[in-house]
Ligand binder design. Sequence first.
Ligand code: SF4
Ligand code: MG
Length: 340
Amino acid sequence: SAPLLEVRNLKVHYPITSGIIFDRVVGQVRAVDGVDLTIPKGQTYGLVGESGCGKSTLGKAVLRLAPVTEGSVQFDGTDITTLQGERLRAMRQRMQMIFQDPMSSLDPRQNVESILTEGLAAHGIGKNRAQQREIIGETLDRVGLPRWALSRYPHEFSGGQRQRIGIARALALGPDLIIADEPVSALDVSIQAQVVNLLDELQDSLGLTYLVIAHDLAVVRHISDTVGVMYLGALVEEAPSDDLYAEPLHPYTRALMSAVPVPDPDVEDRRERILLAGDLPSPSNPPPGCRFHTRCPWAQPERCADERPELVEIRPGHRVACHWVNEIADGRIQRHEVTP
Ligand code: SF4
Ligand code: MG
């Protein structure tokens, strides 16, 4: 189907300032540094990476909550990169966000009814109070919360129910795109699947499009049509979900994947563990060449440290940014120890 969201060469750079009134720019944090991604209508794109890789900043930039330094964001055929005022507000109603920790994103002094009504009022949805109550009631049904929840406060609910309130708040506005930033990582593992399943059901019944951001590859596996892996502000691999999990090709994805536990405890896990040496380098001073070369167990003296690999399509829909992807896949280049 047609793309709902098209992100082109997106860059979000923040100045690092110094001086008593922070008036001297001494560097730049390249939080997002040239990302392309496309999400067709009704599909889910899972965006994965360690904290600090820029994935949340990318989500915010799509919503124009982080400043776009370069590149563009097209939403349903409209370039929204420079929209302002009323047109930006109208567009934002169609793009809603769900946050990691519903406890900190829901105002504890507001009851559920006022939390859900607030957005409707701000966007002028519903002709009157009665109509707004109808919309809110339907939304509660959709997320599986009882009507009596309306008079209660966030602290009276469990973590999973609070996330349902967060989802209801987004849904009430009738969005087309939902950006879910770590929607289940604050929840118990037993509750995570329920919330992911709810998101999946809502997608089917409402035709929603999702960008789901997570640090955990396992979380986005079943809900995503396409998965993108980010490292230091850039995508290093992108593929249809099944392909990526069946055969990760980028060294960084391989390392992340080797840390995902096998779902069936009776199946012996014979995969090799790939532990990454060292910390994530600073996005204000990313390594030259391939940004992953300081931690890559397959890094070569040739090219890796001085030539930045482009994202190249290796198979249909499967794109990888690594100079040696083929040599690594067929074993011509072997893994070695990395000492940080
Ligand atoms: Fe590793 Fe080199 Fe490939 Fe980068 S380009 S992922 S350093 S092998
Ligand atoms: Mg789905």
